[in-house]
Design a protein around this ligand. Structure first.
Ligand SMILES: Nc1nc2c(c(=O)[nH]1)N[C@H]1C(S)=C(S)[C@@H](COP(=O)(O)OP(=O)(O)OC[C@H]3O[C@@H](n4cnc5c(=O)[nH]c(N)nc54)[C@H](O)[C@@H]3O)O[C@H]1N2
Ligand SMILES: Nc1nc2c(c(=O)[nH]1)N[C@H]1C(S)=C(S)[C@@H](COP(=O)(O)OP(=O)(O)OC[C@H]3O[C@@H](n4cnc5c(=O)[nH]c(N)nc54)[C@H](O)[C@@H]3O)O[C@H]1N2
Ligand code: SF4
Ligand SMILES: [Mo]
Length: 871
């Protein structure tokens, strides 16, 4: 049997993968050369999928109040508690909080159960934190939530503008496509981001605007389009709102962007002068209290020039999660119905009610994520089911969200592991089948529907998310409506409903798949919607046909508004947050891979050198970040990548990996008034040095569970590593080390200087190193990337903390496919005179597999060249 064709479970690029199981639980993963998203390419995360499918830490049976139980008891409990709560307090006293990572079939059933049968619209999703502003912006402009473009436009374009998108790290395979186009025909790339990112390497221009100021910049572009006569008068006859939009744009004050007139003029000249321009946007646009306005400011410019839905020409929202689009299609947000039908439209409601034979349909939108968790905290929501998301980490005001979940009368979570911050708070844990065990469809950023297929056996008692939901639906009394036996059956129902939506003139119509039989579903090849009689795929809106009444489009007048919170002497910094290359969200899967954990092993805070100097911060110091909502402790990285007064911290660390590094504890839950999306990238904070009494670095064969004020642990090839820091003096480091590592009997080697507060302890057994800790009153300076390789070896000279001369320290991993560190690459650049990324590839293989590190390799070359030039 050949490999199984499936789709990567991470980002919205939606790469096709070929899976081969080895029959012993292992899985090899390769890029699918025939998939139209990636043509065989994969990024570092996709390539490491095989390392994340083991059963270690998996939830394999239902758990109620901490005790394993059988499915019947767990499901009866969930069904009866939801039924009783609705009976006692009404349908709006319960809620589902779901995820853009659920398969379309899972999502469809969840939405149907809540909106059609429980009779509340209290189902919202983590897409509220992610795509809600784009959904709102699309609907305001186009009358529908539709991405007009396709990925091929990245190859067709002459100019690609990345607005608030770190594509090199977050949509790496698309970035590879952009770089290939640049190489082939000189496509220009402009990055608009307050921070210098990996996506800036090789870009033709980087506009380092002040965070939150995008509307002012795009309003200026709009005004310039008018002034320069670039308006497409023919096209805008199909579009309302031009005069008001121009009036609003004309007052744009550029000073809020911090950019120079010359920079902005150059940007406008290139944008206006290049017919084939694709403006890509992502979370730097969406996650803002003016997120919807930012989206419309961008769409206005494309509408004014008629640059929409043409080859190489149009706005392209890149989606985050693998099925963010599918969730929007099934109506997973609290203000949507299903198949792009509107909850507030009585005709639409009636049609869906009839189609489902639904007993109860809500007439008004339900609670959006932030309000939903506030309602949980206030006791208005009394039963909550969380599926495929980790809100105790990823929601703003995460401490309050954590407390709300803990205090809620009845909480259920469907998960693949009990070891998440949210799962630890829930009353009922339901074991779900994971990626490669489950089966269904996802829709990627360019409307391509692909299959995820099963390649591994279902472990323990895990069940697919759709099956769990349907079973609860049946036990709540709706047997016929939830009588599904397979995802294919659900998919057919969804496709049939989309045909009804098509009848209302909606664009999401996949009725061409409504009669797909099981074999056809099994064999379904990637296909872009719409899929109906007379049309498949293609682009939208180039013909001026939109979805507002009368088939018209709209330009939306928008004005710059500052972020919700103003900086003030107490909170002088603006905090930007986001992603790193090799971790996925709350790390429940990517942190299982030692390779992925080697890239950046600790939560950090980027701070400008001027600001660091003002508070006399030393490199690698720990800092405490505080807001009115909460605080975090992070490692300072002093860098002019960020603007003075602005900070950046990654979103990934959790109670499991670095309890004081949970950045959403600090982030305020201010939301966009139109979309309800929180401002995850612009709260205000104070920063001060965190004065630890001691700092430590530990390596170990077994997992360690520290309890000190600061710790961050990560997996390594040889076991684990941890950064540590404590606020109280330790008297006896040998005893402390034995306790920390759980090794009371091991042989010890140690050097301790109590007066100076320095200690180095190594614990051995039968001549092999089990664990070691290095302690100092300052951040520990030792060769970490060498030391992590020592557990399990004889490692006689561990305590020196340095690599022997014949085994140089490789430095932090840059290329995770071939496990090649920065020092190794830097030394090859110097000694072999390597001038290009390809030359590094030829010499060391680095960057030749997935290519995700190519921009960092370019950065290392630049570093050597700058140093040489200075010498
Ligand atoms: N490696 C990795 N890839 C991922 C994910 C992951 O967890 N890890 N998650 C996936 C998901 S769900 C999503 S939503 C996407 C997100 O993908 P991206 O949106 O590309 O990622 P982020 O790092 O959240 O933010 C992008 C950039 O916005 C910038 N930014 C902040 N404020 C502003 C502003 O006011 N204006 C502008 N113009 N820019 C600003 C930040 O500096 C940052 O570089 O990534 C997907 N891909
Ligand atoms: N400060 C800040 N906060 C942010 C962001 C930011 O940029 N800055 N970004 C926001 C964005 S865009 C997003 S998308 C969110 C993401 O935030 P979350 O959705 O909370 O993050 P994940 O880690 O992806 O959570 C997925 C959970 O589902 C579990 N899981 C995995 N497979 C399955 C399965 O098959 N079935 C079930 N039932 N469960 C499974 C995983 O173990 C994990 O616990 O974070 C948001 N939060
Ligand atoms: S770019 Fe990487 S994470 Fe995104 S779908 Fe492709 S392989 Fe997966
Ligand atoms: Mo996202």
């Amino acid at each position: 049997m050949g490999p199984v064709r499936s789709t990567c479970p991470y980002c919205g690029v939606g790469c096709g993968v070929l899976l081969s199981a080895d029959g012993e639980g292992g899985l090899s993963v390769k890029g699918d050369p025939d998939h139209p998203a990636n043509f065989g390419r994969l990024c570092s995360k996709g390539s490491a999928l095989g390392e994340t499918v083991g059963l270690e830490g998996r939830l394999l049976s239902p758990v109620v109040e901490g005790r394993k139980t059988d499915w019947d008891s767990a499901l009866d409990l969930v069904a009866s508690r939801f039924r009783d709560t609705v009976a006692a307090h009404g349908p709006d006293s319960v809620a589902f909080y779901v995820s853009g990572q659920m398969l379309t079939e899972d999502y469809y059933v969840a939405n149907k159960l809540m909106k059609g049968f429980i009779g509340s619209a209290n189902i919202d999703t983590n897409s509220r934190l992610c795509m809600a502003s784009t959904v709102a912006g699309h609907k305001r402009a186009f009358g529908t939530d539709t991405v007009p473009q396709t990925y091929e436009d990245l190859e067709e374009a002459d100019l690609i503008v990345l607005v608030g998108s770190n594509m090199a790290w977050c949509h790496p395979v698309l970035f590879q496509r952009v770089l290939a186009a640049k190489k082939a025909h000189g496509t220009r790339v402009i990055v608009i981001d307050p921070r210098r990112t990996a996506s800036c390497d090789g870009a033709d221009m980087h506009l380092k605007l002040r965070s939150g100021s995008d509307v002012a910049l795009f309003n200026r572009l709009f005004a310039e389009i008018w002034d320069s006569g670039a308006l497409d008068r023919e096209y805008i006859r199909h579009i309302d709102g031009f005069d008001e939009t121009l009036a609003a744009a004309g007052v744009a004050d550029l000073s809020v962007t911090g950019l120079t007139e010359a920079e902005v003029a150059a940007f406008c000249r290139i944008w206006i002068g290049t017919e084939k321009v694709v403006t890509v946007f992502s979370q730097g646009v969406n996650q803002s209290t003016s997120g919807s306005d930012k989206v419309n400011a961008i769409l206005n410019c494309h509408l004014a020039t008629g640059r929409v839905g043409k080859p190489g020409c149009g706005p392209l929202s890149v989606t985050g999660q693998p099925n963010a689009m599918g969730g929007r299609e099934v109506g997973g947000l609290a203000n949507m119905l299903a198949c792009h039908l509107d909850l507030e439209n009585p005709d639409h409601r009636r049609a869906v009610r009839d189609f489902w034979s639904a007993p109860a349909m809500p007439e008004a939108p339900g609670l959006k994520a932030v309000d939903m968790f506030r309602a949980v905290g206030e006791g208005r929501i009394k039963a909550l089911w969380i599926i495929h998301t980790n809100p105790a980490v990823s929601m703003p005001e995460a401490d309050a969200v954590r407390d709300a979940i803990a205090a809620c009368d009845f909480t259920v979570i469907s998960e693949i592991t009990p070891e998440t911050d949210t799962a630890r708070l829930c009353d009922v844990l339901l074991p779900a089948t994971a990626w490669a065990e489950k089966d269904g469809t996802v829709t990627n950023s360019d409307r391509t529907i692909s299959r995820q297929r099963t390649a591994l056996p279902i472990p323990g008692e895990a069940r697919p998310d759709w099956a769990i939901l349907a079973e609860v639906g049946r036990r709540m009394g709706w047997s016929a409506a939830f009588d599904y036996e397979s995802p294919a059956e659900i998919f057919r129902e969804h496709a049939a409903l989309s045909g009804i939506a098509g009848g209302f003139g909606r664009d999401f119509d996949i009725s061409g798949l409504a009669d797909l039989d099981d074999a056809g579903y099994e064999a379904l090849a990637p296909a872009r919607w719409p899929i109906r009689a007379g049309r498949q795929g293609g682009r939208f809106f180039a013909d001026g046909a939109f979805f507002h009444p009368g088939g018209r489009g709209r330009m939306i007048p928008v004005r710059y508004r500052p972020p919700a919170a103003r900086t003030a002497p107490r909170y002088p910094f603006r905090l930007n947050t986001g992603r790193i290359r090799d971790q996925w969200h709350t790390m429940t899967r990517t942190a299982l891979s030692p390779r992925l954990s080697a890239h950046l092993a600790e939560p950090y805070l980027d701070i400008h050198p001027q600001d660091a100097a003002n508070m006399a911060l030393a490199p690698a110091a720990l800092v405490q970040v505080r807001s009115p909502e909460g605080s975090a402790i992070l490692r300072a990285r002093i860098t002019s990548d960020v603007l003075p007064g602005e900070l950046f911290a990654p979103m990934h660390w959790t109670g499991e990996t670095a309890p004081s590094g949970r950045i959403d504890a600090v982030v305020a839950a201010a939301t966009d008034p139109v979309s309800g999306q929180p401002e995850s990238k612009g709260c205000v904070v104070a920063v001060e040095p965190f004065r630890a009494v001691w700092y430590g670095f530990a390596v170990s064969s077994a997992r360690l569970d520290p309890t000190c004020s600061y710790w961050a642990r990560a997996r390594t090839q040889a076991g684990w590593r941890a950064e540590l820091a404590g606020g109280t003096q330790v008297e006896d480091w040998e005893a402390e080390a034995r306790r920390l590592f759980g090794l009371p009997e091991a042989e010890v080697q140690s050097v301790e200087d109590r007066a100076r507060g320095v200690a180095r302890i190594a614990l051995h057994e039968k001549g092999r190193l089990l664990a070691a800790i290095f302690v100092s009153p300052e951040p520990v300076a030792i060769m970490r990337d060498y030391l992590v390789s020592l557990p399990g070896t004889d490692a006689a000279d561990t305590l020196t903390g340095r690599a022997p001369a014949d085994r140089p320290d490789p430095g932090p991993v840059v290329c995770s496919c071939f496990n090649i560190g920065a020092n190794t690459i830097l030394s090859a650049i110097e000694t072999e005179g390597l001038m290009t990324v390809d030359a590094i590839g030829a010499a060391l293989s680095a960057g030749t597999n997935c290519g995700s590190c190519r921009s960092e390799l370019a950065g290392l070359i630049a570093r050597v060249r700058t140093r040489e030039a200075a010498e």
